[in-house]
Design a protein around this ligand. Structure first.
Ligand code: FES
Length: 288
């Protein structure tokens, strides 16, 4: 049953963090369920990538990365959202990371890694005037993780600081839209289902994947079998390590989180026909 709701239930929770310079950060929190964080991150990175920066901001260090194009890869695998661009990549744990097919993540670490608090923020100067806007994520240990930087009306197109008296207030539209959607719950999400629940089947292309490093024939066999079966809702892709190294080629089906080892092109076809179409995993190759 699809329980996805297009309206976010507001948490009505806010906090103020005083800053040493006399300013402060105002946080307004929103839920961290995957049905909330996935649409948010998808919207920001796939549809508003020109407008945002991603990085972190802690005492003594600021990092801000920008997109020059939509991400090349935007996938959820074992709890981690992976975003890959031409020049950088990142991983953010937004669902339980069990540690691959062998469930290697210790129970207490599953909660520590996971985004556990998320808030829209405004950073105010000592005069109480907002000067930057963004989204902050914390992990289960209460440590600040990633920051998403939203358009700043005091920063011009060439990253120059605009006059304090002439901000470009148009740039606050994204913040206001996100606030209506995620904090107030008055604006609908732009999706009718969780955009990260799209099923995919991937083959590991890492050269560490022994004994066979030859993923290409498996990839091609998966592609043609998915096409033949008319499975329009399943994407075929390649990925990095799927944690079954030394038993390659390795395939992962996100629909029910199944790992397959020692896959041949024939097995790949069988996986599509028997598992994806008929719902019966190919037991001989399921790992573990
Ligand atoms: S390198 Fe392929 S599964 Fe690890």
């Amino acid at each position: 049953m699809n329980t996805f709701s297009r309206l976010v239930t507001p948490l009505n929770l806010s906090e103020i963090e005083p800053l040493p310079n006399g300013g402060q950060i105002e946080y307004e929190f929103f839920p961290t369920d995957l049905d909330v964080t996935a649409p948010l991150l998808h919207y920001l990175c796939q549809e508003r990538w020109q407008d945002i920066g991603i990085g972190h901001m802690v005492d003594g260090s600021v990092l801000e990365l920008e997109f020059n194009a939509p991400p090349k890869i935007f996938k959820l695998y074992d709890g981690y959202l992976t975003i890959v661009t031409e020049g950088w990549h990142l991983h953010l744990c937004i669902a339980e990371n069990i540690g691959g097919p062998d469930r290697r993540t210790p129970t207490e670490q599953i909660q520590t890694r996971l985004v556990s608090r998320a808030a829209l923020y405004r950073r105010l100067n000592p005069e109480g005037e907002p000067r930057s806007w963004g989204i902050q994520f914390w992990n289960g240990a209460g440590v600040k993780m990633m920051t998403f930087f939203l358009p700043n009306p005091f920063i011009g197109d060439n990253e120059d600081l605009l006059s304090e008296r002439k901000p470009n207030l148009e740039k606050l539209k994204l913040y206001e839209e996100l606030r209506e959607t995620y904090i107030l719950g008055t604006k609908e999400l732009p999706y009718d289902r969780n955009p990260l629940n799209k099923k995919y089947i991937s083959v590991c292309r890492s050269s560490r994947c022994l004994p066979s490093r030859n993923y290409q024939p498996i990839y091609e066999a998966l592609q043609s079998a998915v096409k033949e079966a008319n499975l329009e809702d399943v994407e075929v892709c390649v990925s990095g390590c799927l944690e079954v190294c030394k038993m390659g080629p390795v395939v992962f089906y996100s629909g029910d989180r199944t790992w397959y080892s020692r896959v041949t092109p024939e097995t790949a076809k069988q996986i599509v026909q028997e598992h994806l179409v008929a719902g019966q995993p190919v037991a001989k190759h399921v790992y573990p």
